[in-house]
Design a protein around this ligand. Structure first.
Ligand SMILES: Nc1ncnc2c1ncn2[C@@H]1O[C@H](COP(=O)(O)OP(=O)(O)OP(=O)(O)O)[C@@H](O)[C@H]1O
Ligand SMILES: O=P(O)(O)OC[C@H]1O[C@](O)(CO)[C@@H](O)[C@@H]1O
Ligand SMILES: [Mg+2]
Length: 532
Protein backbone atom coordinates (compact mmCIF):
# COMPACT_ATOMS: atom_id res chain seq x y z
CA UNK A 1 0.00 0.00 0.00
CA UNK A 2 1.38 3.39 -0.89
CA UNK A 3 0.39 6.91 -0.01
CA UNK A 4 -0.82 8.82 -3.02
CA UNK A 5 -1.33 12.56 -3.04
CA UNK A 6 -2.49 12.83 0.50
CA UNK A 7 -2.09 16.12 2.27
CA UNK A 8 -1.50 15.98 6.04
CA UNK A 9 -4.63 15.23 8.06
CA UNK A 10 -6.08 18.07 10.13
CA UNK A 11 -5.50 17.75 13.86
CA UNK A 12 -8.61 17.89 16.02
CA UNK A 13 -8.59 20.71 18.54
CA UNK A 14 -8.14 19.62 22.14
CA UNK A 15 -11.27 20.04 24.23
CA UNK A 16 -10.97 21.63 27.65
CA UNK A 17 -13.43 20.53 30.30
CA UNK A 18 -14.21 21.89 33.69
CA UNK A 19 -16.21 20.55 36.58
CA UNK A 20 -19.13 22.55 37.84
CA UNK A 21 -21.20 21.74 40.86
CA UNK A 22 -24.72 22.80 40.01
CA UNK A 23 -27.30 22.14 42.67
CA UNK A 24 -30.36 22.48 40.45
CA UNK A 25 -29.61 21.02 37.05
CA UNK A 26 -33.20 21.17 35.85
CA UNK A 27 -35.06 24.11 37.31
CA UNK A 28 -38.82 24.17 36.88
CA UNK A 29 -40.48 26.24 34.17
CA UNK A 30 -41.66 28.71 36.79
CA UNK A 31 -38.14 29.17 38.14
CA UNK A 32 -36.81 29.63 34.62
CA UNK A 33 -39.29 32.37 33.89
CA UNK A 34 -38.45 34.15 37.09
CA UNK A 35 -34.87 34.87 38.13
CA UNK A 36 -32.31 35.39 35.40
CA UNK A 37 -30.40 32.15 34.90
CA UNK A 38 -26.62 32.12 35.19
CA UNK A 39 -24.70 30.86 32.12
CA UNK A 40 -24.07 27.61 33.93
CA UNK A 41 -27.72 27.39 34.92
CA UNK A 42 -28.79 27.94 31.32
CA UNK A 43 -26.52 25.20 30.16
CA UNK A 44 -27.70 22.90 32.91
CA UNK A 45 -31.20 23.29 31.48
CA UNK A 46 -29.87 21.57 28.41
CA UNK A 47 -27.80 18.86 30.07
CA UNK A 48 -29.01 16.34 32.60
CA UNK A 49 -26.07 14.41 33.89
CA UNK A 50 -26.20 11.88 36.68
CA UNK A 51 -22.98 10.63 38.21
CA UNK A 52 -22.54 7.17 39.72
CA UNK A 53 -19.84 5.03 41.22
CA UNK A 54 -16.40 4.75 39.65
CA UNK A 55 -16.89 7.34 36.95
CA UNK A 56 -20.30 6.15 35.74
CA UNK A 57 -22.18 9.01 34.03
CA UNK A 58 -25.72 8.89 32.71
CA UNK A 59 -26.30 11.56 30.06
CA UNK A 60 -30.00 11.53 30.67
CA UNK A 61 -32.79 12.96 28.57
CA UNK A 62 -35.44 15.34 29.89
CA UNK A 63 -38.76 14.06 31.21
CA UNK A 64 -42.10 15.85 31.28
CA UNK A 65 -42.08 15.63 35.07
CA UNK A 66 -38.91 17.76 35.16
CA UNK A 67 -41.23 20.73 34.70
CA UNK A 68 -44.66 19.18 35.30
CA UNK A 69 -43.98 17.23 38.50
CA UNK A 70 -47.61 16.39 39.25
CA UNK A 71 -48.36 14.37 36.10
CA UNK A 72 -50.26 11.14 36.78
CA UNK A 73 -49.10 7.78 35.40
CA UNK A 74 -51.08 4.91 33.93
CA UNK A 75 -50.42 1.21 33.36
CA UNK A 76 -48.85 0.60 29.96
CA UNK A 77 -51.64 -0.69 27.65
CA UNK A 78 -49.11 -3.12 26.18
CA UNK A 79 -49.54 -5.32 29.22
CA UNK A 80 -53.05 -6.20 28.03
CA UNK A 81 -52.03 -6.60 24.40
CA UNK A 82 -51.99 -10.33 23.53
CA UNK A 83 -49.04 -9.81 21.18
CA UNK A 84 -46.83 -8.42 23.94
CA UNK A 85 -48.16 -9.44 27.31
CA UNK A 86 -47.01 -13.04 26.86
CA UNK A 87 -43.37 -11.95 26.65
CA UNK A 88 -41.69 -12.26 30.01
CA UNK A 89 -39.87 -9.13 31.11
CA UNK A 90 -41.09 -7.17 28.12
CA UNK A 91 -40.78 -3.90 29.95
CA UNK A 92 -37.46 -2.17 30.29
CA UNK A 93 -36.09 -1.77 33.77
CA UNK A 94 -36.19 1.99 34.40
CA UNK A 95 -32.58 1.87 35.59
CA UNK A 96 -31.21 0.22 32.43
CA UNK A 97 -28.63 2.27 30.60
CA UNK A 98 -26.51 1.69 27.51
CA UNK A 99 -22.79 2.29 27.62
CA UNK A 100 -21.22 4.55 25.02
CA UNK A 101 -17.90 2.74 25.03
CA UNK A 102 -17.65 -1.00 24.94
CA UNK A 103 -13.91 -1.25 24.42
CA UNK A 104 -12.39 -0.57 27.82
CA UNK A 105 -9.33 -1.44 29.86
CA UNK A 106 -9.19 -2.75 33.39
CA UNK A 107 -8.23 0.72 34.57
CA UNK A 108 -10.95 2.51 32.58
CA UNK A 109 -13.58 4.59 34.32
CA UNK A 110 -17.14 3.38 33.77
CA UNK A 111 -17.79 6.21 31.33
CA UNK A 112 -20.81 7.71 29.65
CA UNK A 113 -24.18 5.96 29.41
CA UNK A 114 -27.52 6.71 27.83
CA UNK A 115 -30.98 5.73 28.97
CA UNK A 116 -32.05 2.45 27.39
CA UNK A 117 -34.99 2.70 25.00
CA UNK A 118 -38.05 0.49 25.24
CA UNK A 119 -41.52 0.23 26.76
CA UNK A 120 -41.99 1.15 30.41
CA UNK A 121 -44.42 -0.40 32.87
CA UNK A 122 -46.05 2.98 33.54
CA UNK A 123 -46.87 5.60 30.91
CA UNK A 124 -47.68 9.30 31.13
CA UNK A 125 -50.39 9.39 28.48
CA UNK A 126 -53.74 7.66 28.24
CA UNK A 127 -54.42 6.27 24.78
CA UNK A 128 -57.38 8.53 24.04
CA UNK A 129 -55.50 11.56 25.27
CA UNK A 130 -52.70 11.37 22.68
CA UNK A 131 -52.67 13.70 19.67
CA UNK A 132 -49.51 12.81 17.78
CA UNK A 133 -47.89 14.64 14.86
CA UNK A 134 -45.12 13.47 12.53
CA UNK A 135 -42.91 15.64 10.33
CA UNK A 136 -40.03 14.89 7.96
CA UNK A 137 -37.41 17.59 7.28
CA UNK A 138 -34.18 18.07 5.29
CA UNK A 139 -33.01 15.95 2.36
CA UNK A 140 -34.54 12.65 1.33
CA UNK A 141 -33.25 9.36 2.64
CA UNK A 142 -34.37 5.76 2.07
CA UNK A 143 -36.54 4.65 4.98
CA UNK A 144 -38.39 7.89 5.74
CA UNK A 145 -41.72 6.31 4.78
CA UNK A 146 -40.96 3.23 6.83
CA UNK A 147 -40.38 5.32 9.95
CA UNK A 148 -43.63 7.22 9.32
CA UNK A 149 -45.52 3.96 8.78
CA UNK A 150 -44.20 2.30 11.91
CA UNK A 151 -44.84 5.35 14.08
CA UNK A 152 -48.46 5.39 12.96
CA UNK A 153 -48.99 1.64 13.19
CA UNK A 154 -47.11 1.41 16.48
CA UNK A 155 -49.19 4.17 18.07
CA UNK A 156 -52.42 2.56 16.89
CA UNK A 157 -51.61 -1.10 17.43
CA UNK A 158 -49.44 -1.01 20.53
CA UNK A 159 -50.84 1.97 22.41
CA UNK A 160 -54.40 2.26 21.11
CA UNK A 161 -53.81 5.84 19.93
CA UNK A 162 -56.19 6.92 17.18
CA UNK A 163 -55.24 10.53 16.60
CA UNK A 164 -52.10 10.85 14.46
CA UNK A 165 -51.49 13.55 11.85
CA UNK A 166 -48.73 14.26 9.37
CA UNK A 167 -47.26 17.73 8.92
CA UNK A 168 -46.79 18.49 5.25
CA UNK A 169 -43.53 19.74 3.74
CA UNK A 170 -41.18 19.96 6.72
CA UNK A 171 -41.06 22.53 9.52
CA UNK A 172 -42.84 25.27 7.58
CA UNK A 173 -45.83 22.93 7.17
CA UNK A 174 -46.65 23.41 10.87
CA UNK A 175 -47.84 26.94 10.22
CA UNK A 176 -48.55 27.05 6.49
CA UNK A 177 -50.44 23.83 5.67
CA UNK A 178 -53.27 21.69 6.90
CA UNK A 179 -52.41 18.46 8.64
CA UNK A 180 -52.84 15.06 6.98
CA UNK A 181 -54.71 12.41 9.03
CA UNK A 182 -52.63 9.23 9.25
CA UNK A 183 -54.08 5.78 9.91
CA UNK A 184 -52.64 2.28 9.60
CA UNK A 185 -54.72 1.94 6.43
CA UNK A 186 -53.43 5.14 4.83
CA UNK A 187 -49.78 4.25 5.51
CA UNK A 188 -50.05 0.54 4.85
CA UNK A 189 -47.94 0.39 1.68
CA UNK A 190 -45.75 3.45 1.99
CA UNK A 191 -42.60 1.60 3.02
CA UNK A 192 -42.48 0.23 -0.51
CA UNK A 193 -41.87 3.73 -1.88
CA UNK A 194 -38.92 6.09 -1.80
CA UNK A 195 -39.20 9.69 -0.60
CA UNK A 196 -41.60 10.77 2.11
CA UNK A 197 -45.38 10.84 1.75
CA UNK A 198 -45.37 13.90 4.01
CA UNK A 199 -43.01 15.93 1.81
CA UNK A 200 -39.98 17.71 3.18
CA UNK A 201 -38.13 21.02 2.92
CA UNK A 202 -35.13 23.04 3.98
CA UNK A 203 -35.37 26.40 5.76
CA UNK A 204 -38.56 27.85 7.21
CA UNK A 205 -38.04 26.95 10.85
CA UNK A 206 -40.00 29.40 13.00
CA UNK A 207 -39.96 28.13 16.58
CA UNK A 208 -42.71 30.36 17.97
CA UNK A 209 -45.10 29.60 15.11
CA UNK A 210 -44.39 25.87 15.29
CA UNK A 211 -45.07 25.74 19.04
CA UNK A 212 -48.19 27.90 18.58
CA UNK A 213 -49.39 25.25 16.14
CA UNK A 214 -48.67 22.44 18.62
CA UNK A 215 -50.54 24.35 21.28
CA UNK A 216 -53.50 25.34 19.07
CA UNK A 217 -53.99 21.82 17.74
CA UNK A 218 -53.47 20.19 21.13
CA UNK A 219 -50.58 18.09 19.82
CA UNK A 220 -48.92 16.38 22.77
CA UNK A 221 -46.44 14.09 21.01
CA UNK A 222 -44.40 15.34 18.08
CA UNK A 223 -42.07 13.05 16.13
CA UNK A 224 -39.48 14.96 14.13
CA UNK A 225 -37.53 12.97 11.54
CA UNK A 226 -34.45 14.66 10.09
CA UNK A 227 -30.73 15.31 10.08
CA UNK A 228 -28.47 17.54 12.15
CA UNK A 229 -30.29 20.73 11.14
CA UNK A 230 -33.63 19.17 11.97
CA UNK A 231 -32.38 18.03 15.38
CA UNK A 232 -31.21 21.58 16.11
CA UNK A 233 -34.69 22.76 15.21
CA UNK A 234 -36.24 20.04 17.40
CA UNK A 235 -34.04 21.06 20.27
CA UNK A 236 -35.30 24.66 20.24
CA UNK A 237 -38.88 23.47 19.82
CA UNK A 238 -38.42 21.35 22.94
CA UNK A 239 -37.01 24.32 24.85
CA UNK A 240 -39.97 26.51 23.86
CA UNK A 241 -42.48 23.76 24.72
CA UNK A 242 -40.84 23.47 28.10
CA UNK A 243 -40.73 27.23 28.60
CA UNK A 244 -44.47 27.34 27.99
CA UNK A 245 -44.96 24.42 30.38
CA UNK A 246 -46.78 22.26 27.80
CA UNK A 247 -47.37 18.55 28.23
CA UNK A 248 -45.89 17.65 24.86
CA UNK A 249 -43.11 15.13 24.19
CA UNK A 250 -40.69 16.30 21.50
CA UNK A 251 -38.99 13.31 19.93
CA UNK A 252 -36.31 13.27 17.25
CA UNK A 253 -35.60 10.41 14.87
CA UNK A 254 -32.15 11.00 13.40
CA UNK A 255 -31.87 10.77 9.63
CA UNK A 256 -29.00 11.26 7.26
CA UNK A 257 -27.87 9.21 4.35
CA UNK A 258 -24.34 10.47 5.08
CA UNK A 259 -24.22 8.38 8.30
CA UNK A 260 -22.20 11.01 10.13
CA UNK A 261 -24.14 11.43 13.39
CA UNK A 262 -21.98 11.19 16.51
CA UNK A 263 -22.38 8.35 19.01
CA UNK A 264 -25.05 6.36 17.15
CA UNK A 265 -24.12 3.13 15.40
CA UNK A 266 -25.63 3.97 12.05
CA UNK A 267 -28.32 6.13 10.53
CA UNK A 268 -31.17 4.61 8.55
CA UNK A 269 -30.92 4.58 4.77
CA UNK A 270 -27.16 4.18 4.84
CA UNK A 271 -27.19 0.44 4.09
CA UNK A 272 -29.57 1.02 1.21
CA UNK A 273 -27.34 3.79 -0.14
CA UNK A 274 -24.24 1.60 -0.05
CA UNK A 275 -26.10 -1.21 -1.78
CA UNK A 276 -27.55 1.07 -4.45
CA UNK A 277 -24.13 2.62 -5.06
CA UNK A 278 -22.89 -0.80 -6.19
CA UNK A 279 -25.00 -0.51 -9.31
CA UNK A 280 -23.27 2.72 -10.31
CA UNK A 281 -19.81 1.38 -9.49
CA UNK A 282 -20.51 -1.80 -11.48
CA UNK A 283 -21.58 0.29 -14.47
CA UNK A 284 -18.47 2.45 -14.17
CA UNK A 285 -16.32 -0.67 -14.06
CA UNK A 286 -17.98 -2.28 -17.06
CA UNK A 287 -17.56 0.94 -19.07
CA UNK A 288 -13.94 1.34 -17.99
CA UNK A 289 -13.01 -2.28 -18.71
CA UNK A 290 -14.46 -2.11 -22.19
CA UNK A 291 -12.44 0.87 -23.41
CA UNK A 292 -8.80 1.62 -24.04
CA UNK A 293 -7.49 3.27 -20.89
CA UNK A 294 -11.03 3.42 -19.59
CA UNK A 295 -11.72 5.51 -16.50
CA UNK A 296 -15.00 5.39 -14.60
CA UNK A 297 -15.70 8.20 -12.15
CA UNK A 298 -18.60 7.80 -9.70
CA UNK A 299 -19.75 10.56 -7.37
CA UNK A 300 -21.54 9.53 -4.17
CA UNK A 301 -23.14 11.57 -1.41
CA UNK A 302 -21.18 12.56 1.68
CA UNK A 303 -21.12 16.25 2.51
CA UNK A 304 -18.62 16.20 5.38
CA UNK A 305 -17.81 12.52 5.72
CA UNK A 306 -17.05 9.81 3.20
CA UNK A 307 -18.89 6.89 4.76
CA UNK A 308 -20.97 5.98 1.70
CA UNK A 309 -17.95 6.26 -0.60
CA UNK A 310 -15.77 4.23 1.71
CA UNK A 311 -18.28 1.44 2.37
CA UNK A 312 -19.34 1.28 -1.28
CA UNK A 313 -15.68 1.01 -2.26
CA UNK A 314 -14.98 -1.71 0.26
CA UNK A 315 -18.05 -3.64 -0.83
CA UNK A 316 -17.32 -3.39 -4.54
CA UNK A 317 -13.63 -4.30 -4.86
CA UNK A 318 -13.63 -2.73 -8.33
CA UNK A 319 -12.54 0.68 -7.10
CA UNK A 320 -8.93 1.79 -7.48
CA UNK A 321 -9.17 5.11 -5.76
CA UNK A 322 -11.59 6.58 -3.25
CA UNK A 323 -11.60 10.29 -2.46
CA UNK A 324 -13.34 11.51 0.67
CA UNK A 325 -13.74 14.89 2.41
CA UNK A 326 -11.64 13.77 5.35
CA UNK A 327 -8.53 13.54 3.22
CA UNK A 328 -7.37 16.53 1.20
CA UNK A 329 -5.63 15.52 -2.05
CA UNK A 330 -3.75 17.18 -4.89
CA UNK A 331 -3.66 16.58 -8.61
CA UNK A 332 -0.35 17.62 -10.10
CA UNK A 333 3.21 16.53 -9.48
CA UNK A 334 4.87 13.65 -7.72
CA UNK A 335 2.46 11.64 -5.63
CA UNK A 336 -0.49 13.53 -7.10
CA UNK A 337 -3.71 11.93 -8.32
CA UNK A 338 -2.91 12.40 -12.03
CA UNK A 339 0.40 10.60 -11.71
CA UNK A 340 -1.36 7.76 -9.92
CA UNK A 341 -4.05 7.50 -12.61
CA UNK A 342 -1.41 7.35 -15.35
CA UNK A 343 0.48 4.57 -13.61
CA UNK A 344 -2.67 2.65 -12.86
CA UNK A 345 -3.79 2.78 -16.50
CA UNK A 346 -0.35 1.65 -17.68
CA UNK A 347 -0.46 -1.28 -15.24
CA UNK A 348 -4.06 -2.34 -15.55
CA UNK A 349 -5.59 -0.70 -18.65
CA UNK A 350 -8.57 0.73 -16.81
CA UNK A 351 -9.60 2.13 -13.43
CA UNK A 352 -12.54 3.25 -11.30
CA UNK A 353 -12.54 6.33 -9.07
CA UNK A 354 -15.17 6.91 -6.40
CA UNK A 355 -15.44 10.42 -5.06
CA UNK A 356 -17.60 11.66 -2.20
CA UNK A 357 -19.37 14.92 -3.04
CA UNK A 358 -17.63 16.81 -0.22
CA UNK A 359 -14.11 15.80 -1.28
CA UNK A 360 -11.71 18.36 -2.75
CA UNK A 361 -14.04 21.33 -2.20
CA UNK A 362 -11.19 23.67 -1.22
CA UNK A 363 -9.23 22.64 -4.26
CA UNK A 364 -12.13 23.33 -6.63
CA UNK A 365 -13.05 26.60 -4.97
CA UNK A 366 -9.44 27.79 -5.31
CA UNK A 367 -9.21 26.83 -8.97
CA UNK A 368 -12.52 28.53 -9.78
CA UNK A 369 -12.37 31.64 -7.58
CA UNK A 370 -15.64 30.54 -6.11
CA UNK A 371 -17.72 32.48 -3.57
CA UNK A 372 -19.66 30.46 -0.97
CA UNK A 373 -23.42 30.05 -1.44
CA UNK A 374 -25.93 28.41 0.88
CA UNK A 375 -29.21 26.52 0.69
CA UNK A 376 -32.38 27.62 2.50
CA UNK A 377 -31.23 25.96 5.73
CA UNK A 378 -27.84 27.67 5.64
CA UNK A 379 -25.91 24.60 4.46
CA UNK A 380 -23.00 25.42 2.18
CA UNK A 381 -23.77 24.48 -1.43
CA UNK A 382 -21.17 22.07 -2.74
CA UNK A 383 -19.37 22.34 -6.05
CA UNK A 384 -19.59 19.32 -8.35
CA UNK A 385 -16.34 17.53 -7.61
CA UNK A 386 -17.18 14.71 -10.04
CA UNK A 387 -17.55 17.00 -13.05
CA UNK A 388 -14.53 19.04 -12.03
CA UNK A 389 -12.33 15.99 -11.53
CA UNK A 390 -13.44 14.41 -14.79
CA UNK A 391 -12.58 17.60 -16.67
CA UNK A 392 -9.17 17.86 -14.98
CA UNK A 393 -8.35 14.26 -15.90
CA UNK A 394 -9.44 14.83 -19.52
CA UNK A 395 -7.41 18.05 -19.74
CA UNK A 396 -4.35 16.26 -18.41
CA UNK A 397 -4.49 13.43 -20.95
CA UNK A 398 -5.29 15.79 -23.84
CA UNK A 399 -1.74 17.00 -23.46
CA UNK A 400 -0.55 13.41 -24.06
CA UNK A 401 -1.61 12.41 -27.59
CA UNK A 402 0.03 8.99 -27.20
CA UNK A 403 -2.07 8.25 -24.17
CA UNK A 404 -5.74 8.31 -25.26
CA UNK A 405 -8.28 7.75 -22.51
CA UNK A 406 -12.04 7.17 -22.38
CA UNK A 407 -13.68 8.63 -19.30
CA UNK A 408 -17.26 8.13 -18.18
CA UNK A 409 -18.67 10.15 -15.31
CA UNK A 410 -21.64 8.72 -13.41
CA UNK A 411 -23.55 10.82 -10.86
CA UNK A 412 -26.13 8.55 -9.18
CA UNK A 413 -26.46 10.67 -6.03
CA UNK A 414 -30.18 11.49 -6.18
CA UNK A 415 -31.07 8.09 -7.66
CA UNK A 416 -29.50 6.50 -4.60
CA UNK A 417 -31.25 8.82 -2.17
CA UNK A 418 -34.65 8.40 -3.77
CA UNK A 419 -34.98 4.60 -3.69
CA UNK A 420 -37.08 2.70 -1.18
CA UNK A 421 -35.25 1.27 1.79
CA UNK A 422 -33.87 -2.25 1.62
CA UNK A 423 -34.84 -5.08 3.96
CA UNK A 424 -32.28 -4.35 6.66
CA UNK A 425 -33.11 -0.63 6.71
CA UNK A 426 -36.81 -1.51 6.94
CA UNK A 427 -36.19 -3.57 10.05
CA UNK A 428 -33.97 -0.85 11.48
CA UNK A 429 -36.57 1.87 10.80
CA UNK A 430 -39.30 -0.23 12.41
CA UNK A 431 -37.35 -0.68 15.64
CA UNK A 432 -36.34 2.97 15.65
CA UNK A 433 -39.95 4.11 15.33
CA UNK A 434 -41.06 1.77 18.10
CA UNK A 435 -38.30 2.96 20.42
CA UNK A 436 -39.32 6.56 19.70
CA UNK A 437 -42.94 6.06 20.66
CA UNK A 438 -42.14 3.97 23.75
CA UNK A 439 -40.04 6.95 24.91
CA UNK A 440 -42.78 9.50 24.27
CA UNK A 441 -45.43 7.38 26.00
CA UNK A 442 -43.11 7.02 28.99
CA UNK A 443 -42.98 10.81 29.27
CA UNK A 444 -39.47 11.38 27.97
CA UNK A 445 -38.95 14.43 25.81
CA UNK A 446 -36.16 16.40 24.16
CA UNK A 447 -34.44 13.26 22.89
CA UNK A 448 -33.46 11.37 19.80
CA UNK A 449 -33.48 7.63 19.58
CA UNK A 450 -30.84 5.40 18.02
CA UNK A 451 -28.78 2.29 18.60
CA UNK A 452 -25.55 2.69 20.56
CA UNK A 453 -23.41 -0.42 20.46
CA UNK A 454 -26.39 -2.41 19.26
CA UNK A 455 -28.88 -1.29 21.94
CA UNK A 456 -31.47 1.38 21.32
CA UNK A 457 -31.02 4.39 23.58
CA UNK A 458 -32.54 7.80 24.27
CA UNK A 459 -29.95 10.43 23.48
CA UNK A 460 -30.10 14.15 24.31
CA UNK A 461 -30.51 16.50 21.35
CA UNK A 462 -27.17 18.19 21.92
CA UNK A 463 -25.48 14.91 20.97
CA UNK A 464 -27.47 14.13 17.83
CA UNK A 465 -27.30 17.69 16.49
CA UNK A 466 -23.54 17.61 16.05
CA UNK A 467 -20.64 17.67 15.62
CA UNK A 468 -20.67 15.21 12.76
CA UNK A 469 -18.27 12.27 12.75
CA UNK A 470 -15.68 11.60 10.10
CA UNK A 471 -13.58 8.66 9.04
CA UNK A 472 -10.29 8.70 10.89
CA UNK A 473 -7.48 9.31 8.39
CA UNK A 474 -5.07 6.45 7.89
CA UNK A 475 -4.61 3.51 5.56
CA UNK A 476 -6.06 0.09 5.54
CA UNK A 477 -4.60 -2.88 3.85
CA UNK A 478 -7.32 -4.38 1.75
CA UNK A 479 -5.30 -7.53 0.99
CA UNK A 480 -6.16 -7.53 -2.66
CA UNK A 481 -4.79 -10.37 -4.73
CA UNK A 482 -1.93 -9.05 -6.81
CA UNK A 483 -0.23 -7.06 -4.07
CA UNK A 484 -0.33 -3.47 -2.99
CA UNK A 485 0.23 -1.97 -6.43
CA UNK A 486 -3.11 -3.26 -7.72
CA UNK A 487 -5.11 -1.44 -5.09
CA UNK A 488 -4.46 2.00 -3.79
CA UNK A 489 -6.88 4.06 -1.81
CA UNK A 490 -6.20 7.43 -0.34
CA UNK A 491 -7.64 7.06 3.08
CA UNK A 492 -9.02 4.22 5.02
CA UNK A 493 -9.29 3.32 8.61
CA UNK A 494 -11.76 2.51 11.30
CA UNK A 495 -14.84 4.48 12.07
CA UNK A 496 -13.77 6.19 15.28
CA UNK A 497 -17.30 7.21 16.18
CA UNK A 498 -16.80 6.67 19.85
CA UNK A 499 -14.08 9.05 20.80
CA UNK A 500 -12.01 11.19 18.53
CA UNK A 501 -14.61 13.24 16.71
CA UNK A 502 -16.57 14.61 19.59
CA UNK A 503 -18.50 11.43 20.25
CA UNK A 504 -16.65 11.24 23.53
CA UNK A 505 -18.34 14.33 24.80
CA UNK A 506 -18.91 12.57 28.08
CA UNK A 507 -17.46 14.27 31.09
CA UNK A 508 -15.28 12.95 33.87
CA UNK A 509 -17.52 13.65 36.82
CA UNK A 510 -17.78 12.64 40.37
CA UNK A 511 -21.05 11.44 41.83
CA UNK A 512 -23.95 13.82 41.40
CA UNK A 513 -21.94 16.50 39.63
CA UNK A 514 -23.13 18.48 36.62
CA UNK A 515 -20.56 20.06 34.42
CA UNK A 516 -19.39 21.74 31.29
CA UNK A 517 -19.60 25.48 31.16
CA UNK A 518 -21.06 26.67 27.86
CA UNK A 519 -17.86 28.46 26.91
CA UNK A 520 -15.82 25.30 27.30
CA UNK A 521 -17.91 23.04 25.13
CA UNK A 522 -16.40 21.68 21.95
CA UNK A 523 -17.33 23.57 18.81
CA UNK A 524 -18.85 21.38 16.11
CA UNK A 525 -15.86 20.29 14.07
CA UNK A 526 -15.71 22.20 10.83
CA UNK A 527 -19.44 22.96 10.92
CA UNK A 528 -20.24 26.50 12.06
CA UNK A 529 -22.52 26.96 9.05
CA UNK A 530 -25.84 27.48 10.74
CA UNK A 531 -25.37 27.06 14.43
CA UNK A 532 -28.39 27.94 16.52
N1 LIG B 1 -29.84 25.88 13.85
C1 LIG B 1 -31.10 25.61 13.53
N2 LIG B 1 -32.10 26.02 14.33
C2 LIG B 1 -33.38 25.76 14.01
N3 LIG B 1 -33.75 25.11 12.89
C3 LIG B 1 -32.80 24.67 12.07
C4 LIG B 1 -31.42 24.91 12.33
N4 LIG B 1 -30.71 24.37 11.31
C5 LIG B 1 -31.60 23.84 10.46
N5 LIG B 1 -32.84 24.01 10.90
C6 LIG B 1 -34.09 23.59 10.24
O1 LIG B 1 -34.11 22.18 10.09
C7 LIG B 1 -34.66 21.80 8.84
C8 LIG B 1 -33.74 20.85 8.14
O2 LIG B 1 -32.41 21.34 8.14
P1 LIG B 1 -31.39 20.95 6.96
O3 LIG B 1 -31.95 21.42 5.66
O4 LIG B 1 -30.06 21.43 7.34
O5 LIG B 1 -31.45 19.37 6.86
P2 LIG B 1 -30.99 18.26 7.89
O6 LIG B 1 -32.04 18.07 8.91
O7 LIG B 1 -29.63 18.58 8.39
O8 LIG B 1 -31.01 16.98 6.96
P3 LIG B 1 -29.91 16.53 5.89
O9 LIG B 1 -28.76 17.46 5.99
O10 LIG B 1 -29.58 15.13 6.30
O11 LIG B 1 -30.58 16.56 4.60
C9 LIG B 1 -34.89 23.08 8.06
O12 LIG B 1 -36.27 23.33 8.03
C10 LIG B 1 -34.12 24.13 8.82
O13 LIG B 1 -34.76 25.40 8.79
O1 LIG C 1 -29.81 18.65 -2.85
P1 LIG C 1 -30.22 18.66 -1.44
O2 LIG C 1 -31.60 18.23 -1.20
O3 LIG C 1 -29.92 19.97 -0.78
O4 LIG C 1 -29.37 17.58 -0.67
C1 LIG C 1 -28.01 17.38 -0.79
C2 LIG C 1 -27.37 17.01 0.53
O5 LIG C 1 -28.19 16.22 1.34
C3 LIG C 1 -27.45 15.13 1.88
O6 LIG C 1 -27.96 13.98 1.28
C4 LIG C 1 -27.66 14.97 3.37
O7 LIG C 1 -27.11 16.03 4.06
C5 LIG C 1 -26.00 15.40 1.52
O8 LIG C 1 -25.29 14.23 1.28
C6 LIG C 1 -26.12 16.27 0.33
O9 LIG C 1 -25.06 17.18 0.25
MG1 LIG D 1 -27.68 18.31 7.54
Amino acid sequence: MEAVGVAPAPVAAAVKKKLLDLKDPFPTAAAENGAKASPAGKWAMKKKLVGGDAGYVLEDVPHLTDYLPELPTFPNPLQDNPAYSVVKQYFVNPDDTVTQKIVVHKTSARGTHFRRAGPRQRVYFQSDEVNAAIVTCGGLCPGLNTVVRELVCGLYDMYGVTSVVGIEGGYKGFYSKNTIPLTPKSVNDIHKRGGTILGTSRGGHDTAKIVDCLQDRGINQVYIIGGDGTQKGASVIYEEVRRRGLKCSVVGVPKTIDNDIAVIDKSFGFDTAVEEAQRAINAAHVEAESAENGIGVVKLMGRNSGFIAMYATLASRDVDCCLIPESPFYLEGKGGLLEFIERRLKDNGHMVIVVAEGAGQDLIAKSMNFVDTQDASGNKLLLDVGLWLSQKIKDHFKKKPNFPITLKYIDPTYMIRAVKSNASDNVYCTLLAHSALHGAMAGYTGFTVAPVNGRHAYIPFYVSRGPYVQIEPGYCNTNCPGGSETWTIFVFAEDHREAEQGGDHGPDVGEGAVLDEPALLPEPRGRGEHEA
